[in-house]
Design a protein around this ligand. Structure first.
Ligand code: SF4
Ligand code: SF4
Length: 118
């Protein structure tokens, strides 16, 4: 079992999840790649120990257990795995740069609506 970061993180990326993950398996890609944005984070599916600490820490509500990912974001399950197949470890950091911290309830809802998830 692993956890998945969905597109709800994209352009929000406040980095709270990376701060609480006990095994540092949440990464920011630092290499340029059209397929994978630097403006969201990715969970390494085989390094994740299924502790569930990241989900409640995410203010943007972007993280789901793989079996619970909404259909709308199903492609993100593969995306979280594929980025680590495509890029070597030196392309990642576990000390990501934040974009939008401390969202209001209205901003969280607005972000969900943007993706048709509301
Ligand atoms: S479930 Fe635990 S180990 Fe897995 S990404 Fe979240 S915080 Fe890290
Ligand atoms: S806490 Fe949520 S929004 Fe923030 S970086 Fe992690 S997944 Fe993205």
């Amino acid at each position: 079992m692993t956890w998945v970061i969905t597109k709800l993180c994209l352009d929000c990326k406040d980095t709270e999840c990376a701060e609480v993950c006990p095994v540092d398996c949440i990464y920011e890609l630092q290499a340029d790649d059209e397929e994978f944005s630097k403006n969201m984070l990715y969970i390494h599916p085989t390094e994740c120990i299924d502790c569930a600490a990241c989900e409640p820490a995410c203010p943007w509500q972007a993280i789901f257990e793989d079996s619970q990912v909404p259909t709308l974001f199903n492609a993100d399950i593969e995306l979280n795995a594929k980025v680590f197949e495509k890029h070597p470890p030196e392309d990642f950091t576990t000390e990501p740069t934040a974009i939008r911290k401390n969202p209001t309830p209205e901003e969280i809802e607005e972000n969900k609506k943007k993706w048709g998830y509301a």
